[in-house]
Design a protein around this ligand. Structure first.
Ligand code: ADP
Ligand code: ADP
Length: 231
């Protein structure tokens, strides 16, 4: 459903050329939970942003559900992104002066959903992350872990098949990180395919498969067999 072949990405500024990805090869199946680790600057965020169609790439091929995304225009790319992909970020990226309900509503407004359908989805998503009772609160009234749960609700309200997470536990203490990881495991069991960049090797072990990225390439792939059936 998701396939990259020899994908490369070059960032050019006046003075330097950075080869952020070089011959990046990966395929991910429906239902996978993939973790991505590697040193700082190795290309993890670049990979994730290309996977999520936030960024274009310089060479190679990327197919999503069989569709070749090379050369699609911005409109086509946002359409695919809105239909299929949810994002969560290390820094939560909630809008500070919108309450939780309205924050989760933001991506739904981009879609042609009517207000009652949006309301239903928002309530369900906030319920899933355990924050339905705080709908009218502002992000600043919540802990970091709770804010990340709102961000997850926002990503899930659009019912994406793919959830792309860039260091989702990076700004959280270990107990909050644990709660977020448990939530991601549950979301994956419910059928959402997840790709998660993390610095935490212990969390990476709890995913189905880990790719270790080095120097813009998949350097090593580790299958984790233990994970899938534990309660
Ligand atoms: P990671 O997420 O593994 O830390 P990144 O994907 O952020 O790595 O970066 C890979 C390389 O690409 C780094 O050398 C980084 O400096 C460079 N890079 C990332 N984004 C840009 C950009 N917008 N412009 C120029 N260089 C960039
Ligand atoms: P970092 O990994 O440095 O903490 P973030 O996780 O906040 O940064 O963002 C990762 C990348 O996603 C950045 O390249 C940023 O431009 C992009 N990004 C952040 N927020 C959004 C958003 N709401 N929609 C689209 N792209 C975003």
């Amino acid at each position: 459903m998701f396939e990259m072949k020899n994908v490369s990405k070059v960032y050019r500024t006046e003075l330097v050329e950075t080869h952020a990805l070089k011959s990046f090869n990966l395929s991910v199946n429906e239902g996978d939970f993939l973790s991505v680790t590697g040193p700082s600057g190795s290309g993890k965020t670049t990979f994730l942003n290309i996977a999520g169609l936030l960024e274009t790439f310089s060479g190679g091929e990327y197919r999503l559900d069989g569709e070749n995304v090379n050369g699609l225009n911005d409109n086509a790319r946002s359409r695919i992104r809105n239909e299929k992909i949810g994002f969560i970020f290390q820094s939560f990226n909630l809008i500070p002066d919108l309450n939780l309900f309205d924050n989760v509503d933001v991506p739904l407004r981009y879609r042609k959903l009517k207000a009652p359908e949006r309301k239903k989805r928002i309530e369900e998503a906030l319920d899933l992350v355990g924050l339905a009772s705080r709908m009218k609160h502002l992000p600043a009234q919540l802990s970091g872990g709770q804010q990340q749960r709102v961000a997850i609700a926002r990503a899930l309200a659009g019912a994406p098949r793919f959830l792309l997470a860039d260091e989702p536990t990076g700004n959280l203490d270990s107990s909050m990180a644990r709660a977020i990881m448990d939530l991601l495991i549950e979301i994956n069991r419910d059928g959402t395919t997840i790709i998660m960049v993390t610095h935490d090797p212990e969390l990476a072990k709890e995913t189905h498969r880990n790719i270790y990225v080095r120097d813009g390439k998949v350097f090593e792939t580790t299958e984790n067999s233990i994970q899938q059936s534990s309660a």
